[in-house]
Design a binder for this molecule. Sequence first.
Ligand code: AMP
Ligand code: MG
Length: 414
Amino acid sequence: MADGCACDRHAHMFLTVSQALTKGLSVANPITETETLPLIDAIGRVLAEDCTSKVDMPAFDNSAMDGYAVRTADLGDGPLFELPVAGRIAAGDSGAHDAPAGSALRIFTGAPVPPDFDTILMQEDCDATAQGIRFSRRPKPGQHIRRVGEDLKAGAPILRRGCEITAREAAALASSGYGEVTVYRKLKVTIFSTGSELQQPGEALGPGQIYNSNRYMLRALLDKPWIALTDKGPVEDNPAKLEQVLREACDSSDLIITTGGVSVGDEDHMPRLFEAIGGKPDVMKVAMKPGKPIMFGRRGDALYVGLPGNPVSAYVTWQIVGSHMMARRAGLHHASQTPEQAVLSEPLSRRAGRQEYRPVVIEGAEPDGTPRLRLMAASYSGRVALLAQSDGLAVIPAETEALPQGHSLSFLRF
Ligand code: AMP
Ligand code: MG
């Protein structure tokens, strides 16, 4: 088989998790079309331009305190200083004044400091008198003045393209003067769940039926401002129907995500159907638990990710591989979650061979703050409700067979 790919669904070829991720990312073609939106409408979208500040920050010298602006040249030898107060400048005022030499100005936080004033006295450090103010400690020149451009100069880089415009990015763009920004257009994503056994939650289960959990899981995972989602619901294991829905999805979407039907059973139609409509399928058997196999492929610009039907496997393969492919397709910087270090609250023993993502509960912490993990039962892959009761996934390396209590382990917090 060309380059040893697992196109042959029967090939007993397992990829490591990192090989699978590399492979998946290599077919994820980043979106290039952009649109320019008012900043308020760009919140939650993916930034498509490198941004530099349009203004100096701060834009003018301003007071960092509530107090009094003073000219140090006006001060005598002390030990006591007394000045009349000749005016008042608040935030939003222009900073113009007609304070004669030898007088102070009442000033508030954020108010412009007039150029001829060179220091700010905190109000706590002086007494207000009938004539003005009195204080005994000589202020240092420049104290409590935030200088123009001291945080950021106009033209300084603030954000790189490929970030999600969340609260911090939105505030950075607003403060540096962006009324509108260029973002990638929304990613058109279509999902459907394959399986004749699927019943909608809320309906009675007939013989052989189960509730469709993957649809709801994917809806939650894909509920993002940068996604335009089409949900085709469940589709039964009928090749003609599956092919029609898959074809429509590929014709109209940037990314298609399905669950089920990618294994080697007679009812696992998706790789063959994807090929039949002109796609190039690749079914990766990944040495991970839970999870194998995962399918992906391209048909023109459309990227297809076929997740396993088992809901725990679908969730984990999505987190470890699929979500990164989608992020890249959407124009996001690829940033994988850095695992945290933790210790085991009990010994572990298992069969070596596959990198395992085991649901864990945080049961407290070591004196240095390292979380202590209790492992969920080894047979969790059919119990998706366990994911909702756990705090993250412990990452157990492929070769690990046993670990003593207290041993350190990395984990991915939910
Ligand atoms: P498959 O990959 O289609 O062979 O499915 C593997 C297992 O996951 C089977 O036991 C299916 O019944 C189950 N399954 C498939 N799709 C779903 C779904 N959408 N929700 C819950 N379980 C599913
Ligand atoms: Mg199935």
